[in-house]
Design a protein around this ligand. Sequence first.
Ligand SMILES: NC(=O)c1ccc[n+]([C@@H]2O[C@H](COP(=O)([O-])OP(=O)(O)OC[C@H]3O[C@@H](n4cnc5c(N)ncnc54)[C@H](O)[C@@H]3O)[C@@H](O)[C@H]2O)c1
Length: 331
Amino acid sequence: MRRRTVLVTGGAGFIGSHLVDRLLERGDRVVVLDNLSTGQLSNLERASTNPNFHLVQGSVLDELVVDELVHRCETVVHLAAAVGVKLIVEQPLKSLTTNIRGSEIVIEAAHRYRRKIMVASTSEIYGKNSRGPLTENSDRILGSPAVVRWAYSTAKAVDELLANAYHRERALPTVVIRLFNVVGPRQSPAYGMVVPRLVRQALRGEPLTVFGDGNQTRCFAHVSDVVTALTTLLDAEAAVGETFNVGSPEEISIRDLAERIISATGSDSAVRLVPYDAAYGAGFEDMERRVPDIAKLHTLTGWAPTRGLDQILRDTIAEARAEASSQLSAA
Ligand SMILES: NC(=O)c1ccc[n+]([C@@H]2O[C@H](COP(=O)([O-])OP(=O)(O)OC[C@H]3O[C@@H](n4cnc5c(N)ncnc54)[C@H](O)[C@@H]3O)[C@@H](O)[C@H]2O)c1
């Protein structure tokens, strides 16, 4: 494998920092551009001791910085985004600007210097389409633009359209990845992500708050498996110009997830159902199911998840316990 210089936008975040570690492990040079809005320097502790690693603290909205960094690198992985339903609902304007204008700036720079670019999209693309499993060609079913929740889906769809247009009309080498729920160590509980949030509630002995009736299902993939999918796709010539679902097909209802977390932590917490309106404000809409069809990715690369929900929960619980005991000893 040839050594490359890879720019990872959002590389101080949850998925980005794991990707950075993996790229460095295999000998690539890595430059991270991150404004540390949801990312953390501590995620890059291991990377920062590597001479092939360089962090630039700044925004993808800064065109000059993006231009210079894209110029210096051979490949771009664009992960920087305002992520998570809670953040999007609370700060719609900032989120839209980051997720649309920020992506446009990065994709334009990749085009200017003819760099291969991987663009992170999301299963939110499918909106309320609750049929499963969803293939890359499945319909998007969205509610009214007046419902802020759909802003994230719409912004990411614009990113996909831009990447596809640059590929088709300007021959830019692009790969679009639609990530379904990714979990594992370093995922912050602060922005409403369900697994880290429920795990911490269980460890604190608080009720595990489940929104709606808890019958909605999701599929959770371990970040380590997802990073393997990303590096494999980056190396696959046949992936250029294509879009891939990346996720686990193992489906679980959120209520069952909460019960699994209670039993895995040995907590005596109970599950408390919270109406969506109380959690996210009036008019919030959610989808019943979200299951990926990963046949396209599997056929091209042979990738399939290797870590199931039990391992995901073990890793997340171990991290939350370590975090709680370090907070205790610091107090
Ligand atoms: N985690 C998931 O389950 C999931 C699911 C679908 C899609 N995604 C996508 O994967 C990508 C990474 O998500 P994550 O879960 O690691 O979230 P994260 O919040 O941990 O990572 C996002 C990173 O982007 C950085 N960032 C935000 N705005 C920026 C800006 N203007 N300039 C530079 N950096 C900026 C943040 O500081 C953070 O480090 C995102 O594009 C997200 O939409 C994630």
